[in-house]
Design a protein around this ligand. Structure first.
Ligand code: G
Ligand code: G
Ligand code: MN
Ligand code: NA
Length: 250
């Protein structure tokens, strides 16, 4: 496969880029952090979305090298922001199939000098589905480093609730499919309301993802959601653009 061979070289040729999507305090609309999202500036195929190359990276085992690059680059960028602005990185469930996740994260913290509480790792529930016991061990090790853990795409799995109680999460990110429906149906409002209440009952920071309209933002603020992210508030932008946005913040 051509793309697979390209990918092996892409890391050395420095063809990967990060963009940062701001995350806001829902009420004050101040930036509280940014999610790092990887892009591949392929020499002949333009900008490739992670949706097409992350699965390939997982198949080929390149995900570890790629993820180390993403983590390193994301933390280096965060060092140039106000020190109260967090940086979030998505981890692939595959990265939990090896026992060295915490060691890799510890190495990134040490190499970059980032304050661990500024680094947030976004994990999907499939991590727990693979091997619940070893996932718990690894997550406890990660927490011991001082980083934050959030459950990404919350609500799309079928047993997220049980996991929240017994795993050391700091926050949940409500999947954007629930937010999308907020304008349309009453039941989705009830659902989002329930997710937020439950998150707060467990002392978790709740983020609404995929906010695309003023109405959706208004709704989640009304429902006391803590944080919000989405195209209406801010699209993913280049590291330089994000740095400027953060600098303009008072
Ligand atoms: O940025 P975009 O919406 O195209 O991302 C598509 C998917 O790729 C999302 O599920 C997102 O979480 C994932 N993704 C983006 N960047 C990374 C990354 O650096 N590592 C991993 N594992 N997934 C990522
Ligand atoms: O799976 P994860 O939640 O990490 O996915 C992040 C992806 O969601 C990013 O690639 C980003 O481009 C996309 N995204 C962020 N905000 C919005 C939004 O408001 N609408 C839509 N459709 N996608 C979004
Ligand atoms: Mn995410
Ligand atoms: Na998500």
């Amino acid at each position: 496969r051509q793309l697979e061979m390209d990918m092996r070289q892409a890391l050395h040729r420095r063809e990967f880029r990060l963009v940062f999507q701001p995350r806001y305090n829902a009420t004050t609309q101040k930036i509280v952090g940014a999610e790092a999202l990887v892009r591949w500036l392929h020499p002949t195929r333009d900008l490739l979305s992670p949706a097409c190359f992350i699965p390939l990276a997982e198949e080929t085992g390149l995900i570890f090298e790629l993820s180390d690059w993403v983590l390193h680059e994301a933390c280096l960028n965060a060092l140039s922001w106000h020190d109260n602005v967090l940086v979030s990185v998505n981890l692939s469930p595959m990265e939990f199939q090896r026992n060295d996740v915490a060691d890799r994260i510890a190495a990134v913290i040490e190499r970059t000098g980032i304050a661990p509480q500024r680094l947030e790792l976004e994990i999907t529930e499939s991590v727990m589905l693979e091997d619940a016991t070893s996932a718990l061990t690894m997550m406890k090790k990660l927490k011991a480093l001082g980083v934050r853990l959030s459950m990404d795409d919350f609500g799309t799995g079928y047993s997220s609730l049980g996991y929240l109680r017994s795993y050391p999460f700091d926050g949940i990110k409500i999947d954007r499919s629930f937010i999308m429906d907020l304008d349309q149906t009453q039941s989705s409002e009830a659902l989002v309301n329930a997710i937020i209440s439950m998150g707060h009952a467990l002392a978790l920071t709740v983020t609404a993802e995929g906010i695309e309209t003023a109405e959706q933002l208004g709704k989640v603020v009304e429902l006391a959601c803590d944080q919000a992210q989405g195209f209406y508030l801010g699209r993913p932008v280049s590291p330089m653009q994000f740095r400027q946005v953060v600098e303009e913040m008072e």
